[in-house]
Design a protein around this ligand. Structure first.
Ligand SMILES: CC(C)(COP(=O)(O)OP(=O)(O)OC[C@H]1O[C@@H](n2cnc3c(N)ncnc32)[C@H](O)[C@@H]1OP(=O)(O)O)[C@@H](O)C(=O)NCCC(=O)NCCS
Length: 146
């Protein structure tokens, strides 16, 4: 396996839709194409894919938010999924490493990811990659605006 991490392109939409469906967010290629439209035009957002000789085995979206309380930005992994047939082969690590490199280039001071408590395996993965569970430090509040 020789995986290259690169930016998502319109022709990846069907594969990304399959991956998002595996993640638990059913989508089709047309919906993903619509979303890529606003992701790709945002200077501080990137959608990355893991490309193994033309086969997309994983994807990650990352976005940076500016701080006002300090100088700089912080980044957030908005989604991450590796195809279930290629898990545990290092693809997730490659995607997160590329996202971290991107965030450093954007001037980010740190990276955040939120993940449902039910995703026990993903939490072990993030901890293995150096992410600390800080959720007892602050609350997380959400309001549905739809
Ligand atoms: C979580 C996920 C992205 C990890 O990707 P992956 O390609 O399977 O993980 P990798 O092979 O790159 O693993 C990287 C490291 O994490 C470790 N790791 C991965 N899963 C682990 C687990 N369940 N328990 C302990 N360690 C784990 C690996 O052993 C590896 O360590 P090493 O590099 O030191 O050997 C992938 O399993 C996935 O898509 N899961 C379903 C969707 C999901 O939960 N996404 C996250 C939503 S927030």
């Amino acid at each position: 396996m020789s995986v290259v991490i690169r930016d998502a392109r319109p022709e990846d939409c069907d594969r990304i839709a399959v991956l998002l469906t595996q993640l638990g967010y059913p989508a089709d290629g047309r919906e993903v194409a619509d979303r890529l439209g606003y992701w790709l035009e945002d200077r501080f957002s990137r959608v990355l894919v893991a490309d193994d000789a033309g086969s997309v085995g994983g994807c990650l979206s990352v976005h940076a938010i500016p701080y006002l309380e300090r100088t700089g930005r912080w980044a957030r992994i908005e989604s991450l999924v590796v195809d279930q047939v290629v898990r545990a082969a290092g693809v997730g690590r490659l995607l997160v490493t590329a996202a971290e490199d991107t965030a450093r280039n954007w001037g980010c001071l740190g990276m955040e990811v939120t993940s449902s408590r039910s995703r026990v395996d993903a939490h072990a993965f993030y901890q293995r990659l150096g992410y600390a569970d800080v959720c007892t430090r602050s609350g997380r509040f959400f309001k549905d605006l739809s």
